[in-house]
Design a protein around this ligand. Structure first.
Ligand code: MSP
Length: 605
């Protein structure tokens, strides 16, 4: 890697030099064609070692029910972001996930199941942990709000808020939803008929969840004082909430006025939680408790969250659209109150639906993620979720479509392409890579922007295809990176899938298996160029897909003979790796076919 930039530079210089001295070109050329060396739009090496560790968080999951596919989606997005940043060179990229274990919802679930709350939490928290394991979620800590360091962090944070004068006690009455763990204003309440009982009841207009009228004395946080500071913060950081629609929504919410927030419940009502420091008769509101998990991870209050080696603040917090108010209004206000640095970005995503309704335990339309992974494999499910899952709009979970997505993109396009290119009896990838590494004429031929003289007329369409495909590959990594910078992993992965599909067409239309044995030297050269570019496509795409499908892409890169050290983002560029193509499997009469990267699904539709 040390010599990579140098190597690339000298390669481009060599190309330029060769283009200027026509004797180096193998085939006659005229000056009417523009020729220039392959272009790169970003430096090959980037030093991220001095950078703050990239810190990404998932929401922590309620333990009142088992995990479902919606939870898996959130987890996969965070894992992809962590792995992507590692790919870029941020080796200390850190991912936090865990479980949200206090509150009325858990207390009631435990009462209903007739077990003590801690037992329920232990059992169900373990299920989320197991999900992380089977889904290959590379977390750095699995936090539980019942962990002692977290309780200490909440205790300290409360005292600091109080000390800073942001907490006061007052009588509170309003509609509380246990399911959503929040109070709703009167304007957001609907009176509806419950079809199952024939009785009327009050529900939240937004979530449809039951609400109950409560009257109690509790502690409040002076949220109303943060309206202007929040607006200013978001005006100064217009990308802090993605996608844009949700930023617009939150700006409107803040502009419409913020009321002080109730941040405790009487302990006789809510027993399962952290006691308010200095007042045992009150329990800390579960959302204040839960949100602080993100800063517990940074070692708060023992470690200085402002020191350069701190992971604080989060670079990206991934959340579903249903919990955006808690995260983008309450949470920054709590941090502002203590002058702590704010999260840099919130990636808010849409929901998975089943039968047109949000997948949720209370609706009963959930998909068991363990079964889904068992059925399709972990990487295909991860890929499907990111490729099809909604960032802006909800997505409908559909087993038939998972199979189609697998067969079309992964099996037919990606897997098939890999074996056709790397496992041909007629041409060798290594030979093509070596040509590129050592033959200046080949490099020159690869650098044309328009078909040169020798590749005109009957060869023109082949050459045009090569030029177009090379241009596509020249921008692939940067385009994926631009999407991941937003971040929009869906756009990134769809773009990469598009490159796979275009490479298939390119390879298919250029018939290198036939032309590589042609008597016509020009056709043979065009076939070599096609093989080289196709191999480069599969290599680059596999590097870029590692964060999405870590297991399968490791296999793919092994199959291509790509060195472990050559699998970082810097290598996802045309011509960046000259060492691969030594087949990890050589065809023999006994094993004439490559092992399948994406085998046939056991049960199809
Ligand atoms: N405990 C809170 C989060 C506290 S974070 C300080 C919570 N838990 S949850 O278990 O209900 O949801 C966890 C995450 O899963 C949320 O981001 C939520 O949006 C997401 N999903 C729950 N159902 C979902 C779908 N049907 N589809 C996509 N994501 C879904 O909220």
């Amino acid at each position: 890697m040390v010599n990579l930039e140098h190597r690339a530079r000298s390669f481009f210089l060599q190309c330029r030099a060769s283009v200027q001295s026509s004797h180096l070109c193998r085939y006659p050329s005229t000056h009417s064609f523009t020729r220039r060396a392959l272009s790169v739009s970003a430096p090959l090496r980037e030093d991220l070692s001095g950078q703050k560790p990239y810190y990404v968080t998932s929401p922590i999951f309620y333990v009142n029910a088992a995990p479902h596919a919606g939870h898996l989606y959130t987890l996969v997005l965070t894992d992809v972001l962590k792995r992507w940043n590692k790919l870029l060179g941020n080796h200390k990229a850190t991912l936090l996930t865990g479980t949200d274990e206090h509150g009325m919802k858990i207390q009631k679930a435990a009462e209903k199941a007739n077990v003590d709350a801690q037992t329920l939490c232990d059992q169900n928290s373990q299920q989320f942990k197991s999900l992380c394991q089977v889904a290959n979620i590379d977390y750095d800590r699995f936090i539980r709000t019942t962990d002692s360091d977290h309780k200490a962090a909440v205790d300290h944070f409360w005292r600091e808020l109080n000390h800073a004068g942001y907490i006061y006690e007052s009588k509170h009455e309003g509609w509380y939803s246990v399911s959503d763990e929040t109070f709703y204003p009167e304007s957001q309440i609907r009176h509806v008929l419950d079809p199952s009982t024939g009785k009327t009841k009050y529900v939240s207009a937004e979530t449809g969840k039951d609400v109950e009228w409560t009257m109690e004395t509790n502690y409040h946080f002076k949220l109303s004082q943060f309206q202007d500071r929040l607006l200013q913060h978001y005006r100064e950081h217009p990308d802090a909430i993605v996608p844009q629609q949700r930023m617009n929504y939150i700006m409107k919410e803040i502009q419409s006025g913020l009321k002080d927030l109730s941040i405790s419940r009487p302990s006789w009502r809510l027993n399962w939680g952290i006691r308010v420091p200095g007042d045992d008769s009150q329990t800390v509101y579960v959302w204040l408790d839960a949100l602080l998990n993100y800063i517990t991870m940074a070692g708060y209050p023992l470690k200085d969250t402002k020191s350069p080696d701190s992971i604080w603040p989060p670079d990206c917090q991934v959340i579903g659209k249903d919990i955006i108010r808690f995260h983008t209004i309450y949470w920054p206000a709590f941090l502002m109150a203590l002058n702590l640095p704010l999260p840099k970005r919130f990636l808010t995503h849409a929901h998975w639906t089943m039968n047109s309704e949000k997948m949720s335990k209370s609706t009963g339309n959930v998909v068991n993620p363990f079964y889904a992974i068992e059925r399709f494999g972990v990487d295909p499910i991860r890929f499907y979720m990111v490729h099809e899952g909604g960032i802006v709009d909800d997505a409908s979970y559909d087993n038939q479509y998972i199979a189609e997505n697998y067969n079309t993109i992964l099996r037919n396009n990606m897997g098939n392409l890999l074996s056709r290119v790397f496992y041909s009896q007629r041409f060798g990838v290594r030979e093509a890579v070596q040509l590129f590494a050592n033959d200046t004429g080949f490099k020159v031929d690869m650098a044309y922007n328009e078909p040169p003289e020798w590749a005109r007329n009957k060869h023109a369409s082949l050459m045009s295809g090569i030029i177009a495909h090379r241009e596509l590959l020249a921008t692939t990594a940067d385009q994926a990176r631009a999407a991941m910078d937003i971040p929009n992993p869906r756009v990134a992965v769809q773009g990469i899938a598009q490159v796979i599909s275009l490479t298939n067409k390119f390879f298919h239309n250029s018939i290198p298996w036939k032309y590589c044995q042609s008597k016509d030297a020009k056709l043979r050269r065009l076939a070599q160029m096609t093989v080289y570019l196709s191999a480069e496509s599969v290599r680059i795409v596999s590097i870029l897909l590692q964060p999405f499908m870590p297991g399968q892409m490791q296999k793919a890169l092994d199959m291509m003979g790509v060195l472990e050290s050559n699998r970082t983002f810097q290598y996802a560029r045309l011509g960046a790796d000259l060492d691969y193509g030594t087949e990890a499997f050589a065809p023999t009469p006994e094993t004439p076919r490559a092992p399948e990267l994406f085998p046939k699904l056991v049960s199809s539709f």
